[in-house]
Design a protein around this ligand. Structure first.
Ligand code: HPA
Length: 245
């Protein structure tokens, strides 16, 4: 049985139903992960859980130690990674509350430690990243979404911005021209680091606001929190189906 690691994003700092067996606090060559890794049992299956922004939530997206997180999860035995994240909706079909399993991404971040392949190297490595998400893992997530009968998109282009500020209207217009459907701040370098470690990786994204300029008025934290509160239950159900399958 695949050992899944769930990386919980904003609004998902713990996984209900995960019976904790151990709380791991590993050191890695890249520092310490965002929080302790919960090793537990879910529906008879071994599952690992890590809160990306720490527990309690305190690490902003650009300061997450993505390398330590991925490294530690693999050391703990992860065989596949499901990343949960909150996003803004760019495409008209991505309204608040919509769930998406993206199939592509564009990286707009800068200055983040984004590779394990640096320092004293024997040789230079360029991983293939044509298809950043693992297709069989995406399919398992989509099957869980279908079973739950939740409105969702089976593909989408995730644009990853640096944050922590939200985008300008012009930035979102440019991202739309680039082909982005949703915008978030945590998808990269997480996906690339997982690929460097050969860990199958897929993303479950919840739209929590229309991206800048996609609705009248400004984006408020209250609106984002309300959408998270409403949507997180559905994310939990999707994960429950995935883990029980
Ligand atoms: N932009 C970037 N990241 C986000 C957003 C957004 O509008 N909403 C939630 N995460």
């Amino acid at each position: 049985m695949t050992v899944y690691a769930i990386i919980g994003g904003t609004g998902l700092t713990q996984l209900e139903g995960l019976e904790m067996k151990a709380l791991l606090s590993p050191e890695t060559p890249f520092g310490v992960p965002s929080a302790g890794i919960v090793r537990g049992e879910y529906a008879g299956r071994e599952v690992l859980f890590l809160a990306r922004h720490g527990h309690p939530h305190r690490i902003p997206p650009h300061q997450v130690n993505y390398r330590a997180n991925l490294w530690a999860l693999q050391q703990a035995g992860a065989q596949a990674v499901i990343a949960v994240n909150a996003v803004g909706g760019i495409h008209a079909g991505m309204g608040t509350g919509h769930l998406t399993v993206p199939h592509q991404l564009i990286d707009y971040t800068h200055g983040r430690a984004g590779t394990f392949h640096e320092g004293e190297l024997d040789h230079v490595t360029h991983i293939d990243f044509s298809h950043p998400y693992d297709e069989p893992l995406r399919e398992r997530l989509l099957e869980a979404l279908r079973v739950c009968r939740f409105a969702h998109s089976d593909h989408g282009v995730y644009g990853c911005t640096q944050g922590p500020r939200l985008e300008t209207v012009a930035e979102i217009a440019r991202m739309e021209r680039d082909g982005c459907d949703i915008v978030g701040m945590t998808g990269m370098p997480e996906a690339a680091l997982a690929r460097e470690l050969d860990l199958p990786y897929a993303c479950l994204s919840l739209v929590v606001n229309p991206a800048a300029g996609k609705a009248s008025g400004i984006i408020t934290m209250a609106e984002i929190e309300a959408a998270l509160g409403e949507g997180i239950g559905r994310i939990r159900q999707v994960l429950a189906h995935l883990l029980a399958a």
